[in-house]
Write a protein that binds this ligand. Structure first.
Ligand SMILES: Cc1cc2nc3c(=O)[nH]c(=O)nc-3n(C[C@H](O)[C@H](O)[C@H](O)COP(=O)(O)OP(=O)(O)OC[C@H]3O[C@@H](n4cnc5c(N)ncnc54)[C@H](O)[C@@H]3O)c2cc1C
Length: 505
């Protein structure tokens, strides 16, 4: 096509393409269950993908909690997760949080807990400081990420979020799906997205009741603390063995030269260390900690489980610690802060103490001073058992589709959140492109795109996950010796996953 050479009226005779596609008057009502990563990302992706075609669409998110949960510690966002969040407008919001918006992670450095020997690294950069497609890794507190996602959500006119709504049942009536909540209320919608996590009520009450979540046998014992200052030089130790500053709520001091902050927008621990310590009558938490053997994030491997340490803010003022360890399922109830026990301080103290002993028994013999400090840290350790949903099951039924962990929770490999984001974006794009098709056709097209990569990721995550289990002496040495090779072998697949673009499919 050639444009006419008439400078005064260059477009004469041509029909300009519409910048906005012809909008449909349809009033589609989408109900999303769960305001976690998949739920909020789906709402944002609907606004972006479906909004231009169906401006009258309406989204209501139902979240079982009355308020946003502050638990869960910190999460690592891979380059692909960051790119997706950027496209949804969340990264900008995260950056607006200042230092709390997360620590840039160039690499997760792996080393032997026994000897301190470096075993390689999972690199988010190319060696010259450049990220994958411009994005590195980022470790950020989960609550900070949730707040950033919700801030973007609040700017969307067609999206509403309702807290304190726990789904306990689903039924179909005529052309609608009805959600039944624990408070005896209900809601009807044209389409339901089940983003309610690994124990999904939509999966177990409706889509596939025979597919419950299962415990992987491994759990995270984790905490978040203010970064303690390093110990004083040996010559000063006698006189300065306890700095005069007080121990903070999260078990560290406020006199750190490197990391002290005057204000904190986010409380990282819901319980205080002083509760734990005074009630337990234990020794005070050591107020100092040796310098960690990593720049931002590191994973120490041992035959009794692995220990992850990572800063989770730009100033390195907050340190996230997580031991990934094998815990028998029968022991879980004794380690969990659930139900009525949560308000009983003695019960809380007993749990924190039991978890601290678990950490101590596994890591106190380390050859690295920083790990021994962590092993001796008396603080509010919390247990997060890791569950999975085996692949191969149904993802949809009627007008309900499962996304994120509800469909395919896999052992975390630092990128499960990226899979939840991929699901949200790819489903919303499939819906928008096929908006006049029946839902069953849309669901089938989405599943055809998604199932292969998800099942492959599940197997890879499962293989890595096995390496965290308790093992004998020889197997432990083998794990150390072979880790550099395993990292090298998986490098190409990791990079391909980080380059994946849900917008191109
Ligand atoms: C210990 C641990 C550490 C992890 N670390 C990482 C990491 O570093 N990097 C990474 O990428 N991934 C990590 N993951 C995995 C990641 O957290 C999940 O893949 C991701 O959160 C999945 O998002 P989701 O929205 O599907 O589910 P969720 O984040 O679990 O959100 C589900 C939401 O649904 C709500 N809900 C549940 N049931 C109901 C109901 N009946 N009615 C209404 N609402 C309901 C919940 O309250 C919640 O808000 C980790 C997982 C675990 C267990």
């Amino acid at each position: 096509m050639h444009l006419p050479k008439n400078d005064s009226e260059p477009w004469t005779g041509y029909t300009m393409p519409l910048s906005v596609p012809d909008p449909s008057p349809r009033q589609r009502k989408v109900l999303i269950v769960g305001a976690g990563i998949a739920g909020v990302a789906s709402a944002l992706a609907l606004a972006k993908e479906l909004g231009p075609h169906e401006p009258n669409f309406q989204v209501i998110l139902y979240e079982r909690h009355d308020i946003l949960s502050t638990s869960g510690g910190a999460i690592n966002l891979t380059p692909v997760a960051q790119r997706h969040l950027d496209r949804l407008g969340v990264l900008q919001e995260l950056d607006r949080q200042g230092p709390d918006g997360g620590a840039d992670v160039d690499a997760i450095e792996l080393f032997s807990s026994r000897s301190g020997r470096s075993l390689g690294s999972i690199d988010f950069t190319d060696g010259h400081g450049n990220g994958v497609n411009g994005y590195k890794g980022r470790r950020v507190m989960r609550i900070v990420l949730s707040l950033a996602m919700l801030a973007v959500l609040e700017r969307q006119p067609n999206i509403k979020i309702v807290y304190g709504k726990k789904v306990k049942g689903v039924s179909e009536l005529n052309d609608q799906t009805i959600l039944h909540f624990e408070d005896q209320t209900s809601a009807a919608g044209d389409l339901v997205l089940g983003c309610d996590g690994v124990h999904s009520a939509l999966r177990t009450h409706y889509v596939e009741p025979g597919r419950p979540s299962e415990y992987t046998g491994l759990a995270f014992i984790q905490t978040t603390i203010d970064t303690p200052p390093p110990p004083p030089p040996a010559s000063n130790r006698t006189s300065l063995s306890r700095p005069s500053s007080s121990t903070s709520a999260s078990g560290s001091t406020h006199n750190s030269t490197k990391s002290s902050r005057t204000t904190r927008s986010v409380s990282t621990n819901s319980l205080t260390s002083s509760d734990t310590l005074s009630s337990a009558g234990q020794t005070q938490t050591p107020p100092t900690m040796h310098t960690p053997p990593f720049a931002t994030s590191g994973l120490a491997l041992s035959r009794h489980g692995d220990l992850l340490g990572s800063y989770c803010d730009r100033n390195h003022a907050t340190l996230f610690l997580a031991a990934i360890v094998q815990i028998k399922e029968t022991l879980l109830p004794g380690y969990r802060l659930d139900g009525h026990h949560i308000s009983d301080p003695r019960h809380r103290v007993a749990i924190h103490t039991a978890l601290q002993k678990e950490i101590h028994s596994r890591f106190a013999g380390s050859g690295i001073p920083w790990i021994r400090d962590v092993a001796n840290l008396k603080t509010n350790w919390m247990l997060y058992p890791v569950y999975q949903v085996r692949p191969g099951g149904r993802w949809w039924k009627g007008r309900v589709i499962l996304l994120g962990d509800a469909a395919h929770a896999m052992p975390p490999r630092d990128e499960s959140a990226a899979y939840a984001l991929d699901d949200s974006i790819m489903f919303c794009r499939t819906l928008a492109h096929n908006r006049d098709e029946p839902l069953s056709t849309i669901f089938t097209k989405y599943e055809a795109l998604r199932r292969g990569p998800v099942e492959e990721a599940f197997s890879a995550a499962g293989r890595m996950w096995e390496t965290h289990r308790d093992m004998g002496f020889l197997e432990g040495r083998w794990k150390e010796w072979t880790m550099p090779y395993v990292l090298w072998k998986n490098r190409a697949a990791r990079n391909a996953a980080w380059r994946f673009d849900a917008y191109e499919s």
